[in-house]
Design a protein around this ligand. Structure first.
Ligand code: GRF
Length: 223
């Protein structure tokens, strides 16, 4: 296993060691695809990256459903484009977080989901969801955890004046952005970066590591 440098955009970035190639091969030739449920609150570029990785034969999986909580978001349009059922569950319709999570669990089960991928899901989750899918919920966060947890992670990094930030894919636990780390990628911060310019570079790496981290999570789970 080796770390690797890439010069995708203007600056090089560093990606954490990927799974062994024989494990990827094993995953790709496995009989049954991973059944994914993706949860999104925004533009869904990570949804798209997962769908594309599947279409490219890099991820042996099937997206059973997209659950989204904000009407009219781009993620839902993307799901339609890929022929993935998109279910709107609006958190504003539920008084308690646990009630909201219960309907999410019911929906994921109705679509026979095994693996839950939070790809820009901007709601705090409760034990109702976590206990329904133990060690099978994955989140992507735009920082090198454990730095800059919570919202506005890119702004936090810029405010702190760090010179390198990045993204992390991790398992979800009750404590926000704190579960077992699966993969990370680092992105140098440039002097004139704004949250938007930095986000663009971080997202290139998010799209790269998320499909790989899904494979890794499945491999770890089956060990
Ligand atoms: C990503 O930057 C992810 O790290 C964070 O929310 C953003 C979602 O982006 N949790 P998109 O909706 O997938 O484009």
């Amino acid at each position: 296993m080796t770390s690797n440098f890439t010069s995708g955009n203007s600056t090089p970035s560093l990606v954490s060691p990927v799974i062994d190639s024989h494990l990827i091969k094993e995953h790709l030739t496995a009989d049954s695809p991973l059944k994914l449920g993706i949860m999104a609150s925004g533009k869904g570029s990570n949804f798209e990256a997962v769908a594309q990785a599947i279409a490219d034969g890099k991820l042996n999986a099937q997206i059973q459903v997209l659950i989204y909580n904000n009407p009219g978001i781009l993620a839902a349009t993307r799901a339609q484009k890929w022929g993935v059922p998109a279910v709107l569950l609006n958190h504003r319709d539920y008084k308690k977080r646990k009630d909201f999570d219960k309907i999410i669990v019911d929906t994921l089960r109705a679509y026979e989901v095994d693996w839950v991928v939070m790809a820009g899901w901007m709601r705090v989750v409760t034990q109702v969801l976590i206990e329904a899918f133990p060690n099978q919920i994955i989140n992507i966060h735009p920082s090198l955890l454990p730095s800059f947890k919570g919202v506005r992670a890119l702004e936090q990094a810029l405010d702190a004046g760090v010179k390198i930030t990045g993204c992390t894919v991790h398992l979800v636990t009750l404590e926000i952005d704190s579960g077992r780390i699966l993969m990370q990628a680092a992105v140098p911060i440039e002097r004139d970066d704004t949250p938007e310019t930095l986000r663009a570079r971080v997202q290139v790496l998010e799209h790269r590591i998320l499909p790989q981290a899904i494979i890794l999570a499945a491999q770890l789970h089956n060990r």
